[in-house]
Write a protein that binds this ligand. Structure first.
Ligand SMILES: Cc1cc2nc3c(=O)[nH]c(=O)nc-3n(C[C@H](O)[C@H](O)[C@H](O)COP(=O)(O)OP(=O)(O)OC[C@H]3O[C@@H](n4cnc5c(N)ncnc54)[C@H](O)[C@@H]3O)c2cc1C
Length: 398
């Protein structure tokens, strides 16, 4: 089934395009288009602005403050945000913990947390992975022991994205070590300012501080911060991971990056001619473009069946693999296109502190860091090998 856009969808696209052009801060947009790093404030202020407009949580139901968009409109929103170069609304609050609170939280939790998530009042992070418990998440060992009105949490999380900025973490903890591993896990909401929490940076390949280790030492978490029932956390964790998967392919962002790659390849020269006219390079660009077009059609098919009431299911794994392969291939081609011009490493330029790069080419200078950073995409969100296992079991029935 294909996604058919109606005249109303076209009008919707025009409305949001106009709004984005008028409201997206130019400085932030330029950082995204130029592959520079975003600050905490760039991301938080954009979320807050969207919250005021009622557009920070496109997939939420109207009763909780969502805009009531259908799947086609949500897809248009994603496309337009990517096209213009808008910062992401981080998934941890809006698309991860919020659906869990809506489905499994109590009334007090819904009343307190959901409006704050919508408005971007709190910065959330995800406390799932631990050393030794990534793909095999159910083996996690961070322990929570109930003592009166509190749980006392001890252990360690790792790879916590942007946890250095976080006000809150949703966290999987082991509450029953004697039970089967999936059955002894609970889902806690933890205030990151609680005594006993230490956040330590992990510096990535591009020398950016994007992920962290988080240590818990006798951290007291009020019992009212338990979501749902004790020892049922695995069910909630799986629900969370299955949510909102079609955006995972990031087709809109890849289309923007493909256009950037072509622009680079028109500017660079090989044997006196624009690189884009080199048959071998042009063929490599075309191969990625074809993959991207096929991916876009696949995403639209999945969205159309979602609109017809069928959830994205295991197809999300195909989108994750193909989407990340295309993203990585684009970064490789960009570095190849500019060659040695990508070599200067200038963190101050990446942070937006210098107007121009040390190496003299502002387009080329961030590309090596971008290339290294994007190695992460085939690991996070469930590694691509794990997605292949899901496809072989759930789709191919092997
Ligand atoms: C940049 C980044 C950000 C992240 N952000 C967060 C976050 O905010 N919160 C959070 O909780 N986690 C986060 N993660 C963690 C991420 O979910 C895990 O890294 C991922 O699930 C893989 O787990 P692991 O690192 O323990 O690797 P492992 O599970 O040890 O895997 C190592 C290798 O073995 C392969 N492998 C493992 N099991 C199998 C199998 N059964 N079959 C075939 N191959 C297998 C994997 O594919 C991988 O190549 C982040 C990771 C990265 C890189």
């Amino acid at each position: 089934m294909d996604l058919d856009y109606s005249p109303a969808d076209d009008a919707f696209r025009a409305e949001i395009r106009t709004w984005l052009e008028a409201n997206l801060p130019q400085a932030v947009r330029q950082k995204i288009l130029n592959h520079k790093r975003l600050s905490r404030d760039d991301i938080a202020s954009w979320h807050q602005l969207l919250g005021q407009r009622g557009w920070s949580a496109p997939a939420w139901p109207v009763e909780y403050g969502g805009p009531g968009w259908n799947v086609a409109q949500r897809h248009i929103w994603d496309e337009e945000c990517a096209r213009v170069g808008a910062p992401p609304v981080l998934p941890f609050g809006v698309s991860m913990v919020a659906p869990v609170i809506m489905k499994y939280g109590n009334e007090a939790q819904k009343r307190y947390y959901l409006p704050r998530i919508l408005a971007g009042t709190d910065w959330w992070c995800q406390g799932y992975s631990e050393p030794g418990s990534g793909s095999d998440l159910a083996s996690l060992r961070t322990r929570a022991v109930r003592e009166g009105d509190h749980y006392v949490v001890n252990g360690q999380k790792t790879w916590t994205t942007l946890g250095q900025h976080a006000d809150m973490m949703f966290c999987l903890v082991r509450t029953d070590p004697a039970a089967k591993k999936q059955e002894g896990i609970s889902f806690l909401l933890i205030d990151m300012k609680t005594p006993g929490i230490t956040v330590r940076p992990i510096v990535m390949l591009d020398e950016d501080h994007e992920v962290n280790e988080v240590f818990f030492e006798d951290v007291k978490v009020p019992v009212e911060n338990l979501v749902g029932e004790e020892n049922r956390g695995w069910t909630y964790a799986k629900y969370l991971l299955g949510h909102e998967r079609t955006g995972i392919a990031r087709v809109g962002a890849s289309k923007r990056e493909l256009a950037f790659l072509k622009q680079l390849a028109r500017k660079q020269k090989k044997n006196g001619k624009p690189l884009i006219e080199d048959p071998l390079f042009a063929a490599r660009v075309a191969a990625v473009e074809i993959e991207l077009m096929a991916l876009e059609v696949t995403v639209e098919r999945v969205i159309a069946s979602e609109g017809a009431g069928r959830g994205p299911g295991p197809e999300a794994s195909m989108l994750k693999i193909k989407g990340t392969e295309v993203q990585q291939a684009l970064t490789e081609l960009m570095v190849d296109a500019v060659g040695p011009l990508a070599a200067p490493f200038d963190p101050a330029f990446l942070e937006g502190e210098h107007a121009h790069a040390l190496g003299g080419d502002d387009d080329a200078a961030p590309l090596a860091a971008y290339y290294f950073n994007y190695r992460k995409t085939s690991i996070y969100g469930g590694s691509n090998e794990i997605q292949k296992n899901i496809i072989s079991q759930m789709i191919l029935g092997i």
